[in-house]
Design a protein around this ligand. Structure first.
Ligand code: ATP
Ligand code: MG
Length: 440
């Protein structure tokens, strides 16, 4: 009812597939809210006779009163034509070729209008579209996008929004609606299942029942998505600033199974669960405060209790602590690698943070002085604070480190505790083994 009314108000009852052209008096998005680089890029394309618009997340966020994190542009110019217009630009991407245009310090992503997936699209056995890099017109470009709120085109020159699918009205009614038949769209690209949850959490939208109902039954389609894509989408979700809300919803929709294969297990251990939620909340707070976040740190927290369990099992089986820790880390990361394609770099980050944990727990002798000099010390220390907060280690340990870090050199030296004799005697072959759990 209300939607119909709004549709009439905004679009003056368009003929099918005629877009609504919504003037600035109605949507209030001024060209000043578009970044200078994106504006210049649009203007230059237009001056050369091309259609060019700010699209997708940026328009949606501006309408919702959120500061966009970047500005993407859609145009009818081909990648080569775009490349030819901007000296500082390059064509990137294998699946779809898009152009990165550098303007001042900004990188603007410019994509050519693409057609959606016709019935002849190449799919795998589950209906997942394998290739969708066919150029199309603007209307086709709108139709291949996922949600109505993501299919808005803003022209900074006229300050008009072109809206093919009633996205503005949906946003005002706080509804996340899929363009086209939701089941078919999920089958084409199961990552949309995750996107639905992320968008709803980020924007405070309710997922339209037609799009929400199939999520649970279609969840297993995610098993079929290439790990690298799944990983990208999980990172976006976890670093969205709304990770707590997103994961809560993922659980509610039955989507958390198999995503982070160990997440289910972790969530079932009281200590692990508390630790994971604390770490997600702290990541959200950092994102909202505009502080940098690191995927390595985040995944180190998500997988920590798995690593601990694997380490413990190996020690029980008689392995020496230090090799056992390294083997446990590899074991846990290998299981994830199949699903999530954690890059080598991120895996290295995760390990550095983990290896620091036993080192921070062993304060004997001059170890603390050496620990603070480690390149990833700060991350390891932040990690320790979360462990203390979750009750996994004594708060006293975290407090001691906090004081140690605040102290001047002299006080630090006074805080050191002498090496335990018995510990020394147990060492065979000197330093290396004795420091087994402590230093690499
Ligand atoms: P964010 O604020 O997280 O960047 P976004 O909407 O910009 O949100 P992107 O992943 O940057 O999300 O995608 C940009 C746009 O591309 C989306 O707004 C949507 O129109 C389209 N899009 C992205 N992924 C898909 C998909 N899997 N299926 C259909 N359209 C998509
Ligand atoms: Mg975006």
């Amino acid at each position: 009812m209300i939607r119909k009314l709004l549709r009439r108000v905004f679009s003056k009852a368009p003929a099918p597939h005629e877009p609504a052209l919504i003037p600035v008096e109605q949507h209030h998005v001024r060209r000043e809210s578009i970044s200078p680089g994106a504006r210049q890029t649009v203007v230059r394309l237009q001056e050369h006779g091309h259609a060019a618009y700010v699209v997708g997340g940026a328009v949606r966020d501006l309408l919702a009163g959120i500061v966009p994190k970047d500005f993407d542009i859609a145009t009818d110019a081909t990648p080569e034509q775009v490349r030819g217009l901007f000296r500082r630009s390059r064509i990137i991407g294998r699946r779809f070729r898009i152009v990165h245009v550098m303007q001042g310090g900004e990188t603007i992503e410019v994509s050519t209008f693409r057609a959606g997936n016709g019935d002849d699209a190449e799919t795998d056995a589950h209906g997942r579209v394998l290739r969708d890099n066919v150029f199309g017109n603007m209307q086709e470009d709108a139709a291949r996008r996922d949600f109505t709120v993501n299919a808005l085109y803003y022209d900074p020159t006229t300050e008009t929004i072109t809206d093919y699918h009633h996205g503005v009205a949906d946003l005002q009614q706080k509804t996340l609606r899929m363009i086209g038949d939701p089941r078919r769209r999920y089958r084409e690209d199961p990552v949309r299942l995750l996107r639905a949850v992320r968008m709803a959490a980020k924007l405070g939208l309710a997922i339209d029942p037609a799009a929400r109902t199939p999520i649970r039954e279609m969840a297993e389609l995610l098993e079929n998505v290439p790990p690298a894509r799944l990983f990208d989408e999980m990172l976006k979700l976890l670093l969205s600033g709304h990770a707590v809300e997103c994961l809560r919803q993922l659980r509610e929709e039955g989507l958390h199974h198999g995503l982070l294969p160990l997440l289910d297990v972790i969530m079932e251990q009281p200590l692990g669960e508390r630790f994971v939620w604390l770490s997600l909340a702290s990541t959200d707070a950092r994102v909202k405060a505009g502080k940098p976040t690191s995927p390595g740190f985040l995944f180190a927290t998500l997988l920590w209790h798995e690593a601990l369990a694997a380490w413990e099992a190996r020690k029980q089986a008689g392995e020496a602590p230090f090799p056992a820790l390294h083997a446990a880390m590899d074991e846990v990361l290998d299981i994830q690698a199949g699903k999530l394609a954690i890059t080598r770099r991120i895996a290295a980050d995760i390990k550095e943070i983990w290896v620091l944990q036993p080192r921070l727990e062993n304060r004997a002798g001059r170890r603390p002085l050496r620990a603070v000099e480690q390149p990833r010390f700060k991350a390891g220390y932040d990690f320790l604070l979360l462990r203390a907060e979750s009750g996994e280690v004594e708060q006293e340990l975290a407090d001691w480190w906090r004081r140690f870090l605040d102290a001047d050199n002299e006080t630090r030296l006074a805080m050191l505790t002498p090496e335990k004799k018995s510990a020394r005697r147990r060492r065979r072959g000197g330093k290396r083994l004795g420091d087994a759990a402590g230093e690499s």
